[in-house]
Design a protein around this ligand. Structure first.
Ligand code: 4AD
Ligand code: MG
Length: 482
């Protein structure tokens, strides 16, 4: 094949250099036509749109054309032509065709038709070949870039915190162990317990649930930092909002109080949404259409706002801010609570909020994102700053429509004495946390931070309903095939 520069389909579709010879490579989505002319829809992952290749059948070997099947990888040299009817400005008139990789249409699991998301989860290794997962992958990349852009513009320093740790940052104990001991026959100490001093790190270790504690160490020297890394939770939650392995962005800021923290969280979320609206419109339009198809099967009262309209709405409106206690009042007196419609009824202060309650506040009551603050200390982590009432902590959760909690954060307890007292109450061993406590002994200052669950943000931006569809290779209970 003569050496002609390869061009990506995304670039080609915005070109008007009619008559120019180009080379395109990609995977065949469909082929249709007759004995005179074939139309091949080619996708190379660079954008949601396929390129139409026009093949003059008599000009090519019949056996070669037979190998152009759905899923096959091909290379085409041809001329850019003004398109007559493909819905696009340009198409390619094929001059040379090379088959790079055959694809047996009888064995290829992806057919040129709509597959269910459940089926696609079973062939996650091929999901990228579909329009939906191509769109999600591109939006995911754009969101990763936007996260770094947002914090870079603000002068935050990105910190890599460890993935293997010996501490339990959230104190919830739902961790995956990391060990090189022989699990069938581990060494034991005199009491018969597993002797981790013989393990690789000389102590018990696990995969991190959060980079926050190490992030705090950095913030108390660098001022403003953020982490963006994988986190792991062994909670047995088989829901459409939970993963066992997910990515979290955790900014941590010295000298910020809870209001500053909320302002940053709101600005950050709106920045990401705006970035998607500005840079991912083709993919969002595709995802929106997909969602509208799904909505057709729903009852009228279950219909949700059109995706792009919803993103604009959240970007343009102030989030509602109220305390946990105020929210409990609203929930307690709400219709679903009085009629026994909540799976977990709200009886008053102290109830932990479930996603049904969060979504009621956001979707039915306020019809806007909500930031709840000042939760009871008993349902929150040890490091949160105690309020003067002695009962509540300076926590904040950002609640989103369709998602529920998307961000969890707080102002941190900066007083050494109060933090140690709280750790004693919650039976968190001080001796293991000496390095964390040192920050409160040496130049402690008020500081705050939060964590955004990246896949929950992806759910919101793409409108997808299941978190397993916004990460390429989901990890969940009994799910780690690919
Ligand atoms: O509320 P969480 O547990 O907070 C923390 O981990 C703090 N250390 C954050 C901080 O203050 N620096 O988790 C933060 C966010 C949640 O709001 C949610 O979006 C997401 O992480 N998240 C999950 N996402 C997917 N699957 C799970 N199992 C998740 N658990 C939490
Ligand atoms: Mg939380």
């Amino acid at each position: 094949m003569e050496q002609i520069r390869r061009i990506k389909i995304s670039d080609l579709l915005s070109s008007d250099e009619y008559g120019k010879q180009v080379n395109v490579k990609g995977w065949v989505r469909t082929k249709r036509g007759n004995k005179h002319v074939n139309f091949v829809a080619l996708n190379d992952g660079s954008c949601i749109h396929n390129l139409q290749i026009v093949v003059d059948v008599p000009g090519f070997d019949e056996a070669l054309l037979k190998r152009i099947t759905t899923g096959a990888a091909i290379s085409i040299v041809g001329e850019i032509n003004e398109s007559q009817g493909s819905g696009q400005k340009v198409e390619i008139l094929a001059k040379e065709i090379e088959i790079l990789g055959d694809c047996d249409p009888d064995k290829y699991p992806l057919q040129p038709k709509k597959h269910s998301l459940e089926f696609l989860r079973e062939i996650a290794h091929l999901r990228y070949r579909t329009n939906t997962f191509g769109a999600i992958a591109r939006v995911r990349h754009a969101m990763i870039f936007a996260v770094h852009e947002f914090y870079t513009k603000k002068g935050f320093v990105n910190i890599h915190t460890p993935i293997i740790t010996s501490s339990d940052a959230e104190g919830a104990g739902e961790m995956f162990k990391v060990t090189t001991l022989d699990v069938g026959n581990p060494p034991r100490n005199e009491e018969g317990a597993i002797d981790y001093s013989e393990d690789f790190f000389g102590k018990a270790t696990n995969l991190t649930v959060s980079g926050q504690l190490e992030g705090e160490l950095a913030a108390l020297a660098m001022g403003e930092i953020y982490t963006f890394g994988p986190t792991f939770r062994a909670e047995n939650s088989n829901t459409s909002r939970h993963l066992a392995e997910f990515w979290m962005i955790e900014p941590e800021m010295a000298f910020y109080d809870l209001d500053d923290n909320m302002d940053l969280a709101e600005e950050f979320l709106k920045y990401l949404i705006n970035y998607a609206l500005t840079n991912c419109m083709d993919d969002l339009e595709f995802l929106s259409k997909r969602l509208q198809e799904e909505e057709k099967n729903k009852k009228a009262d279950e219909h949700s706002m059109e995706l792009i309209e919803k993103l604009r709405f959240v970007k343009e409106n102030d989030f509602i801010r109220l305390t946990y206690t105020e929210a409990i009042d609203i929930l307690k007196n709400s219709k679903p609570n009085k009629k026994g419609k909540f799976k977990y009824p709200i009886d008053g202060f102290g109830s932990d909020l479930q996603s049904e309650h969060e979504r009621f506040l956001v979707e039915k009551h306020f019809k806007k994102p909500v930031i709840l603050t000042d939760y009871p200390k008993d349902i929150k982590a040890f490091y949160m700053k105690l309020n003067e009432d002695g009962n509540t902590v300076r926590a904040m959760d950002v609640l989103f429509p369709q998602i529920g909690e998307i961000i969890g954060g707080s102002q941190r307890e900066e007083s050494y004495e109060k933090l140690v007292a709280r750790m004693k109450e919650m039976e968190i061993p001080e001796e293991d946390m000496w390095w964390y406590l040192d920050t409160r002994r040496f130049g402690s200052v008020p500081h705050s931070g939060f964590g955004l669950g990246f896949e929950r943000m992806m759910l919101f931006v793409t409108g997808m309903g299941n978190i397993r569809d916004v990460i390429p290779f989901p990890r969940a209970p009994k799910t780690a095939e690919f």
